[in-house]
Design a protein. Structure first.
Length: 362
């Protein structure tokens, strides 16, 4: 994936709607009806106040104990779609999730990335509050549809003993270290009973949905931003301050579906007379074979771009280092003056605050 394709278009009006999680109650099946009902209370403008702390905290606490990565679900959906006995509703929901994958060859364009971010599930309730219907291709809506479609085929007894294929990942939160999810091996065999297939997919889909809720909670405006955002809600979309989003995108890697995690932040204050342009910051992590884990930090202000790339494999670091000049030249073609650094290992991230997620069983 070309790094330069991420930079243009990230601050366009289509992406500056803050997420809302009025639909957190839709973690339980009920799909579109439950989401739409909860969306009536969701924010309709950028930066409306988040849900009351008690409701938000309860949603986060519930999701943190059940969340897991998407890569296992993607592998098992790919395998399950080969079964002719899979119900048509499950097939349609599974296909919608897998269709969200971005191709790597050729690399995705800035427009494709922008559309994928809008459909990542982060903005579902805010979009529902505006239009009253789930947007086409939304990942969170597709997960809800899959869970609802699986309900009639799920054996509760089977679900209780199944081991999920979901990647064991720390719960996401604002400022957390990012982690890409490499393709997983499927647990579903071609001759598996439909009840077992449905139970496993349901368990993995609910875990992925919980992770979506945590990323939405992490992307809500901080309490100090709410009043400022409400005061600016009548401004143009490109003037709304304090955008901050945590989300994941799906990629069609050579060895199967993979997941990259992103965080995008924009400075609170819009530009004023003679002041510098606001800074947009992008962090992402991915893990594709044969490159292994790669992490990036990009900051963009006006025509200046600062890019730092970390590779955990020595061979990948050497390859990126050899292409450093090409990346700088490519950014210059986009009229960006760039500074590019290639590093070994992982970026340093501030440790989580004490009590961010507490294991109450200990």
């Amino acid at each position: 994936m070309a790094i330069e394709s991420i930079l243009p278009g990230l601050t366009g009006p289509a992406l500056l709607t803050s997420p809302a999680i009025g639909g957190v109650a839709a973690i339980t099946p009920g799909a579109a009806a439950a989401v739409t009902s909860n969306a009536e209370a969701a924010t309709q403008t950028s930066g409306a106040a988040p849900p009351p702390p008690s409701a938000l905290q309860a949603a986060v606490a519930s999701a943190a104990t059940s969340q897991a990565g998407l890569s296992g679900l993607l592998a098992d959906l790919t395998s399950a779609l080969r079964s002719p006995s899979l119900p048509s509703g499950v097939q349609a929901a599974a296909a919608q999730i897998l269709d969200a994958q971005l191709a790597l060859n050729p690399p995705p364009t800035a427009q494709a990335l922008q559309q994928a971010i809008a459909q990542s599930g982060l903005f579902l309730e805010a979009q529902l509050a505006q239009s009253g219907a789930p947007p086409n291709g939304d990942l969170k809506a597709a997960l809800l549809n899959l869970i609802e479609a699986l309900e009639t085929s799920t054996d509760p007894n089977a679900a209780a003993v199944l081991t999920s294929n979901a990647a064991a990942l720390p719960p996401p939160y604002a400022g957390a270290p990012l982690q890409g999810q490499p393709p997983a091996l499927p647990l579903i065999m071609p001759d598996a009973a439909l009840e077992l297939v449905a139970a496993l997919l349901s368990k993995e889909a609910k875990a992925a949905l919980s992770r979506q809720v945590l990323m939405q909670a992490a992307s809500l405006p901080k309490s100090g931003q709410v009043a400022s955002n409400q005061a600016s809600s009548s401004q143009g979309a490109d003037q709304r301050p304090g955008a901050s989003w945590l989300f994941e995108l799906l990629f069609a890697a050579p060895d199967g579906p993979a997941v990259a995690q992103f965080q995008i932040d924009r400075d609170d204050e819009p530009p004023k007379n003679g002041a510098p342009d606001p800074i947009c910051r992008v962090r992402f992590s991915l893990d594709f074979a044969p490159l292994g884990p790669i992490h990036a930090r990009i900051s963009l202000s006006g025509g200046q771009a600062h890019v730092a790339l970390w590779a955990e494999h020595d061979e990948t670091r050497s390859m990126l280092d050899a292409q450093q000049a090409d990346l700088t030249d490519a950014l210059l073609e986009d009229e960006l003056v760039a500074q590019v650094a290639v590093l070994q290992g992982r970026p340093n991230v501030a440790p989580a605050q004490a009590g961010q997620f507490m294991n109450r069983a200990v």
